[in-house]
Each structure stands twice: as C-alpha cells, then as structure tokens.
Design a protein. Structure first.
Length: 567
C-alpha cells in the first residue's frame, strides 16, 4: 500500500504537467520555425515584386535559395580563404552575366542571402554612397554597431548616431588635427626608424638577400606602437620587446571577434569558450589601459592648453571640468568608460588597417619597378640624395610628404520605408528609377568600386599611382566620390590624417635604404607545402590576395626578404 501511495502522491503525479510543458515547448518551437520560414518567404517574394516593378535584380534568383547558389558559384572561382571583396568585385566587373539585357551596370546590387544574412542593398554608385553618409545621412545599421562590440562595447564611434557621435567627434577632433599630429611627428619618426632598423637587421651586410619573414607582423608592431603613443602617450615598444600582453589581447580580439551578428556566426556566439576568450582579453585591456586613461584625463583637465604635443585623451578631456560644472547630468564614471571604449576602438582601427595597407604598399611597389623608381626619385628630389638625412629634413619641414595608398573601409546604414535612392544619371530622366531601402542593410561598396572600370578607367585592376596625378578628364581620373577608402561625411574616419602620415613616413624612410621582395618559394618550403604537383592557390595568377584573416590581410601575411641597397 505504501508503494501505491508513493506513485499516487510522488513524482509520477506531475507527469501530466510535464507532458503539457513538453507539448507547449514543441508548439512554441513550431511557431518559431513557422515564423522563421514565413520571414524567408516574405524576403524572397519582396525580391520578386521588386523585379516585377522593373528594379534590376541579379540573376539567377531562386524562390528557394535566393542568391545563395549564385554567390556560392562566384566564391568557387576564388580560393577558400579569399575575402568576400572578390565576389563583389567579380559582380561589378562581370555585371552583364548577372543582369542580362541591361544596358548598363545597375547602381545598386540587391542581394538576397537569407537566412545567413539579411537583405543587402550594395551601392556601387558614388553619388548614392555620398547621399547616405552625408547629403541625407542615414542611421548606422545594428550590424555595424555589433561588428566591434566585442572590442569596444556599445559605446564607441562606430556605434553612436547623432547627437552623441557629434559630441564625441567635437571632443576628439583636436587630437587628430593636422597641427596636433605634427607635434607628434618626432615620435612617429622614431617608431618608423625602429621599423627600418629591424628590417635592416634582416639584410646581410654583403648586399645579398636575407632570410624570409612575414612583413605584416613588423608593420603591425610599428603601427601599434604609434597609435598607443599618439592617443595615450603609452610606450609599448612592441617592435623590440613585443608582443606585449596588451597587443596580444587586442590581436586576439581582432582576429577572432570582429564579426557580424547573423546565422553564419551563431555557432561562435553560442560558444562559451569563445565568449570567455573575449571577456579575458577585455579584462586585460581594461587593467592596462584604464589607469593610463585616468592619468591622461587628469592631465587634460589640469593643464592649460600648451603648444607642446598633447595626446588624444588629453585634448578630448581638456574641457572636462567645464562640462561637469555646466551639465548637471554629467556622469564622470560613464565618461571614463566611454573613453576606455573609444581608446580600444582606436587601438584596433588605428593600427590594423594602416599596417595592412603598408604591407600591401611594399608588395605592389616591389612588383612595379618603374613605379618604385619614380617614388624614390620623388623622395630624392624633395629630401636630397642622402636617405639617412630624410628624417631630419622632414622634422625641420613637416609639410614635405610623399603620397601613399590608404586602406579600404565601408559604411553600413539602415534603410527605411521613406528613404529611396536615385542615381545622378537617372535624376535628370523623365522617369527616374527609385531604389527602395526598407528592410535592407545599405552598404557602400568601396572595395568593389575601386575596381570598377566605369569609375576608375579601363585599367582599374592595375596598380597605377599616377591615376591620382592625372588631370580631371583623363581616362584614369576616378569619378568624383568613387575613391572612398576612409569614407566621407561627418562620420568618416577620424584618423585619416594619422594613417596617411604613417604610410608616407614608412615609404620615405624605407624605400631608398632597402629592396623588399616577396618570397613565396622559400616560405612554402619552410611550411612544408612543396609536395607533388600541388599548386598553391592564386587569384589572377597572383599568390598575394586578400584573405578572410583580419581586415583583408595578404596571403600568409606577406612573406618577404630584404637586402640593403647600394649607396
């Protein structure tokens, strides 16, 4: 009888409730799945309706697959680790394949990548790009905010819209002004000279070629040292003693945690070990940076504005006491947190893209001896025949600089039902085409536009520094607003001038002292890749291509060797 009473009053009595909960869970799951597929159906039909309205939609577009199969087929044309930029460039350069019967390449490439990504309106018209970032500035898309969330949280220049972004830009602009950056020129020269000395150490004294090494690592150490000194007067000495704990944590975040929030990254975002890694890296960054930031905030609030150099943090906080006195809602603690997030963003954006571009500049110049000699001749004509005297001449006359090629960035904005785009050519038409943005992530396609023959002339694929020297009207002269590596408008890259200074200085102090060439054969042997008839992947026959690692790092981070140039 006791056993019967136990079954009647024990856990078995709850079985009907458990069954009900299980049924409810399956019903909820079924409802969620139904809504998920209904959303996909709506997206697919939206593209079909747009096509019926005469809006160009890339073919083939499937009711089941959308553009997934089309983009997958494009991706198979390139190595597995190639950056997605190549698919975008391919669509722009071979637009007739995707828009049969069209008289010209559409200004907007609508891509249906559900369920991995939300619908994208990819802009390849410079006027339209200018419209969304300046003329009719649109709010940032949540994906853009999420991209650097694991590095700098939700409070940073990539996340804020107006008016918070405007407020912080006004605080930060003095630190990145040309005048203030010129005051940091001795520090920049010092770091670049260290970079040159370390490269020279890789070159035998007899003028022969040295052993192979990865150039990106050297460039990264240099730009990291520079951004730390300019923003916080923090000497990390990564080039000679690194990698430090600070850079290791930042590089881990850059390589593993700069991601969009979509189905393709869900596995990562649900991984507790991945989350733990991000938390540990950010804890390290806070431990190292926050005391330095607090020190700089104090210095910026105490010291009067002087003619000597000031860090970005000092200049951003020079009006701190005034703001605290006049704004009753001013939160000093939150202010410190915002500065920390912004500094982490600057450490990321202020070293990674610049280092990558410097590395690519060495590669392209080494492949084009004629362009390299013109650059060297320009340096000699401006700074004299002795390379070792260039740094002193530059410090004495800092306005003297040569040119360099900058990195590539893009902007992602949020569409809305009331916002339509029209190309400049169609605005003058009697029946202009209005391109919708509602439900789309609007992306400025800088990387693709820079390879578009319609915008950069018939030799768009070639490395041609002179395209920026020819007069307007020349076939090589880019269309207005087509060149947008730092983006345009009030939310464009705040560190543009610093990045250009670093690149110019690096080329100036390096190119007349050293020869640099890629060394794939030696690198492949070191990596044990030489086996049978297997050929390494290439793009257009070129071993160096943009990879998915970081922000389009060159293949294998560009293995090179160097030699000393004869005086």
């Amino acid at each position: 009888m006791a056993g019967v009473e136990f079954l009647a009053s024990g856990p078995w009595q709850a079985w009907p409730l458990i069954q009900a909960c299980i049924k409810m869970a399956f019903l909820l799951l079924g409802f969620k799945m139904g809504m998920f597929f209904f959303e996909g159906y709506q997206i697919r039909m939206k593209f079909r309706k747009m096509k019926e309205q005469g809006i160009p939609i890339a073919e083939p577009h499937s009711l089941v697959w959308g553009h997934l199969k089309m983009m997958g087929a494009i991706r198979t044309r390139f190595p597995k680790d190639a950056h997605s930029h190549y698919a975008q460039i391919f669509m722009v350069q071979h637009w007739r394949e995707f828009f049969p019967g069209a008289a010209e390449r559409p200004p907007v490439l609508y891509l249906d990548m559900w369920p991995f990504f939300e619908p994208v309106a990819f802009l390849v018209d410079p006027g339209m790009c200018q419209d969304i970032v300046q003329d009719r500035l649109q709010p940032r898309h949540p994906q853009m905010k999420h991209l650097v969330r694991y590095i700098s949280g939700d409070g940073n220049l990539a996340a804020w819209d107006r008016p918070v972004h405007t407020l912080w830009r006004s605080r930060l602009n003095p630190g990145f002004s040309a005048q203030n950056l010129q005051s940091h020129l001795p520090a920049l020269i010092e770091e670049v000279e260290t970079f040159v000395d370390l490269l020279k150490a890789k070159a035998p004294a007899d003028g022969s070629w040295g052993n192979v090494f990865q150039l990106l690592e050297r460039s990264t150490n240099m730009t990291f040292d520079i951004i730390c000194r300019v923003t916080m007067n923090l000497s990390t000495n990564e080039q000679r003693e690194g990698p430090t704990e600070l850079q290791s944590s930042m590089r881990t975040l850059v390589r593993n945690h700069v991601i969009f929030k979509n189905l393709g990254t869900l596995r990562l975002r649900l991984n507790p070990l991945w989350q733990l890694q991000a938390w540990r890296c950010n804890r390290t960054l806070r431990r190292i940076l926050m005391p330095r930031i607090q020190e700089q905030i104090g210095a910026g609030a105490r010291e009067p504005q002087a003619k000597t150099q000031k860090t970005v943090v000092q200049l951003a906080t020079k009006e701190l006491s005034n703001e605290a006195a006049t704004n009753k809602d001013f939160d000093r603690k939150q202010y410190g947190e915002d500065v920390l997030n912004i500094m982490k963003q600057f450490l990321f954006a202020g070293h990674d893209t610049t280092a990558t571009t410097i590395t690519w500049a060495f590669y392209y110049l080494s492949r084009d001896p004629a362009a390299l000699e013109r650059l060297r001749a320009e340096h000699t004509s401006v700074f004299g025949p002795h390379p070792s005297a260039a740094a002193a001449a530059l410090a004495a006359s800092p306005a003297l600089k040569s040119c360099a090629s900058p990195p590539v960035a893009a902007s992602v904005r949020r569409g809305n039902p009331a916002y339509f785009l029209t190309s400049a050519a169609e605005k003058n038409s009697s029946s202009p085409m209005f391109y919708p943005t509602d439900g789309f992530a609007i992306v400025t396609g800088a990387a693709a536009m820079h390879y578009d023959p319609a915008l950069f002339g018939p030799r768009a694929n070639e490395f041609l520094p002179e395209r920026f020297l020819v007069p307007e009207g020349h076939e090589l002269y880019p269309v207005k607003y087509a060149w947008r590596p730092f983006e345009h408008g009030p939310m464009g890259c705040i560190g543009q001038e610093l990045a250009l200074m670093e690149m110019r200085l690096t080329l100036l102090l390096t190119m007349r002292e050293l020869d640099v060439e890629s060394a794939w054969d030696e690198w492949d042997m070191l990596q044990g890749r030489v086996a049978g008839n297997e050929r390494p992947p290439t793009i257009n026959g070129d071993r160096a291509y943009r990879t998915t690692n970081g922000l389009s790092y060159p293949t294998d981070e560009l293995p090179v060797r160097v030699r000393l140039r004869k005086p």
